[in-house]
Design a protein around this ligand. Structure first.
Ligand SMILES: Cc1cc2nc3c(=O)[nH]c(=O)nc-3n(C[C@H](O)[C@H](O)[C@H](O)COP(=O)(O)OP(=O)(O)OC[C@H]3O[C@@H](n4cnc5c(N)ncnc54)[C@H](O)[C@@H]3O)c2cc1C
Length: 301
């Protein structure tokens, strides 16, 4: 067997995965279905960039069969896929077609001697599960786990036939607010301790004073629908790694705090001194957010 193959519909994530392949000392191949992305992909640590061309811009999932053929033909060792919505779908299809083992959404990975060692968070993030998979295997990997590298890859273009059963029947833009939380240096995160949507302006004012983005707990996004779903943090939401995470009116349940593990400094504001967030924060303010936030905003303005 030879070579680590990687894919992501996000170029930056594909580059991170290519960096992992290079650091593992393996011949590294990036697969893309987007010819325009090849220019960027060829300079981030891979040896070869495979551009799979097929028809009128079909979705990546339609290339599962073609990618499986490519991996089989090259006797690939690993197929690492960026853990995006599309990537997860594609990875599962490829693993199924090749009958390879698969680990989804790993939180850590290493590869040597034909064995992929991974970590995954289970039981809502309360437990880290360690597993080893013999190569060949597939894993989906979220952004931020691997470092991109430098290099100059050769580009190989192949015309393939995508699966015509997978088609895009319509598109709708996602309306995003602010910059991506995954890249934010500072986050003010709001929880169910806020009484009404309008009160989030207190957090927005503090965020503006700090140059921070506003995030939230799942309930704020999914139950109350006060913020978009791409703003919530935790095991089923985003993992973030800011320098500063200010959790306001947020209890700090394990499903939430698992998403802020990589944060440098966590500050909590909660009126309940027994709230679990005080066990994981670096600095805590026991107090009513309606009193504390205006004071903080004033102090930072
Ligand atoms: C399978 C599964 C997956 C999940 N995934 C996620 C996830 O990805 N992300 C996530 O966030 N949650 C997730 N949850 C939900 C999670 O378990 C918690 O229910 C949720 O995080 C709690 O949100 P919260 O802290 O905003 O609300 P609460 O737990 O209701 O906490 C509100 C806090 O606000 C404080 N408060 C109230 N009023 C004030 C005030 N005036 N001033 C100051 N403090 C005040 C209270 O003391 C309390 O601590 C998941 C749950 C399950 C079962």
């Amino acid at each position: 067997m030879t070579g680590i193959f990687v894919y992501s519909d996000q170029v930056s994530l594909a580059c991170e995965l290519a960096g992992f392949g290079k650091s593992a000392g393996a011949e590294t191949h990036v697969v893309t279905t987007d010819e325009a992305a090849a220019t960027e992909l060829k300079s981030c640590g891979a040896d070869v960039v495979h551009v799979l061309r097929g028809g009128d811009n079909p979705p990546p999932e339609a290339f599962a069969g073609a990618i499986a053929e490519l991996l089989k033909g090259a006797a690939a060792e690993l197929f690492l896929v960026g853990a995006t919505v599309r990537g997860r779908e594609l990875a599962a299809s490829v693993a199924g077609l090749l009958d390879w083992g698969m680990a989804s959404d790993v939180s850590g990975l290493s590869y040597s001697g034909g064995t992929l060692a991974i970590e995954r968070l289970v039981y809502g993030g309360a437990v880290v599960q360690r597993e080893t998979l013999p190569a060949p295997a597939v894993a989906t990997v979220p952004a931020g786990l691997c470092e991109p590298a430098n290099g100059s890859a050769t580009v190989e273009i192949a015309d393939v036939v995508p699966d015509s059963r997978v088609q895009v029947v319509g598109t709708e833009p996602i309306v995003r607010q602010g910059t991506s939380l995954a890249e934010a240096e500072r986050i003010v995160s709001v929880g169910m301790g806020f009484n009404q949507r309008e009160d989030l302006s207190l957090a927005e004012d503090l965020a503006a004073a700090l140059g921070a983005e506003v995030g939230c707990s799942r309930g704020v996004a999914e139950e109350r629908e006060w913020l978009p779903a791409d703003r919530y943090i935790g095991i089923s939401g985003l993992s973030v790694k800011p320098q500063l995470y200010l959790a306001v009116g947020l209890s700090g349940q394990v499903q939430h705090v698992v998403g802020i593990r990589e944060t440098k400094v966590v500050v909590a504001v909660n009126k309940d001194e027994k709230a679990p967030i005080f066990k994981v924060c670096d600095y805590g303010i026991v107090g009513d957010l309606y009193t504390v936030l205006p004071q903080l905003t004033q102090a930072f303005n």
